[in-house]
Design a protein around this ligand. Structure first.
Ligand code: NAD
Length: 295
């Protein structure tokens, strides 16, 4: 295949997928944005809604109107075959191994060989993601772990497996560096990689401590904010940004992949309030609000 990445497909138009697609489009590169069908009368509603959100001007648009013209929206039932035109497919669906694996199985049949496929997983080791896939798929697969929000967070963790094609990994890495302005950190294929191995631990420890000590959200974030180096959000604000519904998936993924004697296991249990909030649709900024209200 040619060395250039001329078209990208992002699968999953949620918090991360929409942000990644917006950044690719802002770089002047066409992007196909796919999600599931949630509304039979408007089969592309999820991706269409995500694009509209990226164009909102408050607090600042994530994508220019010109860039939005480069985004083609669709859904995985009707449009998956269109990935054949893409040079890089970024999977940014829910953090569940079974759903990611089932999507990759479908992608095997429709992508052209040599198309890079990467996962935006926060925690799942690459070796687990590609279990059962063909040698060709394994060679074209890597992890590209973007940070939230993709527009502002420069860091990109890249994980390549022993079977990943080095030239293909370099192609994706160069694109992310030169066209998306990312700072690349190459991480090993371990649960949570680098940032979430550390990050998930401290977020959960801080949440648990706040509940145990009976702190208010404001008190906890006054401490976890500027004094502890998370100035814009603090810990509860960060969880609202990340998505409260993601927390149990991160917990499940890390408890099942880390050794039983890992210190994470001792703090892995989430406060029961988290489950109640998710049930009520209080998933943070992407939902009805979370620990903080949204307008
Ligand atoms: P999200 O829940 O906001 O969005 C996920 C989207 O994927 C939803 O729109 C959902 O409808 C869609 N989806 C689910 N199954 C699908 C399928 N089979 N095909 C197509 N679309 C499907 O989730 P998110 O926070 O954007 O997380 C996506 C991935 O990025 C996860 O692996 C997560 O761990 C990772 N991640 C999240 C953050 C964060 O701060 N939220 C940061 C870095 C990485």
């Amino acid at each position: 295949m040619s060395d250039a990445i001329k078209k990208v497909c992002v699968i999953g138009a949620g918090t991360m997928g929409a942000g990644i697609a917006a950044q690719v489009a802002n770089a002047g590169v066409p992007v196909l944005l796919l999600d599931i069908v949630r509304d039979q009368n408007d089969r592309n509603a999820v991706a269409t809604g995500a694009v509209a959100k990226m164009l909102k001007t408050e607090p600042a648009p994530f994508m220019s109107k010109a860039a939005a013209k480069l985004v083609e929206v669709g859904n995985i039932e009707d449009d998956l075959a269109k990935v054949a035109d893409c040079d890089w497919i970024v999977e940014a669906i829910i953090e569940r191994l079974d759903l990611k694996q089932s999507l990759y199985e479908k992608l095997e049949a429709v992508r052209k060989p040599g198309t890079a496929v990467s996962s935006n997983t926060s925690t799942i080791p690459l070796g687990h993601l590609i279990e059962g896939r063909s040698d060709a798929f394994k060679s074209d697969f890597l992890i590209t772990h973007f940070f939230n929000p993709p527009r502002y967070m420069r860091l990109l963790e890249i994980v390549a497996g022993p079977e990943s094609d080095a030239a293909l990994v370099k192609r994706v890495s160069d694109f992310a560096d030169r066209q998306m302005g990312k700072t690349i950190v190459n991480a090993k294929d371990t649960p949570g990689f680098i940032a979430n191995r550390v990050g998930t631990f401290w977020i959960q420890a801080a949440l648990n401590a706040a509940f145990e000590l009976g702190l208010t959200v404001e008190e906890a974030d006054a401490i976890a904010g500027k004094p502890m180096g998370v100035p814009k959000t603090g810990v509860f604000g960060l969880v609202d940004l990340v998505g409260i519904d993601l927390m149990p998936h991160l917990q499940q993924s890390l408890t099942s992949t880390l050794p039983q004697d890992d210190p994470y296991q001792a703090i892995a249990e989430l406060p029961p309030l988290i489950g109640k909030m998710i049930e009520g649709g209080y998933t943070g900024r992407k939902g009805k609000g979370g620990f903080y209200r949204i307008n």
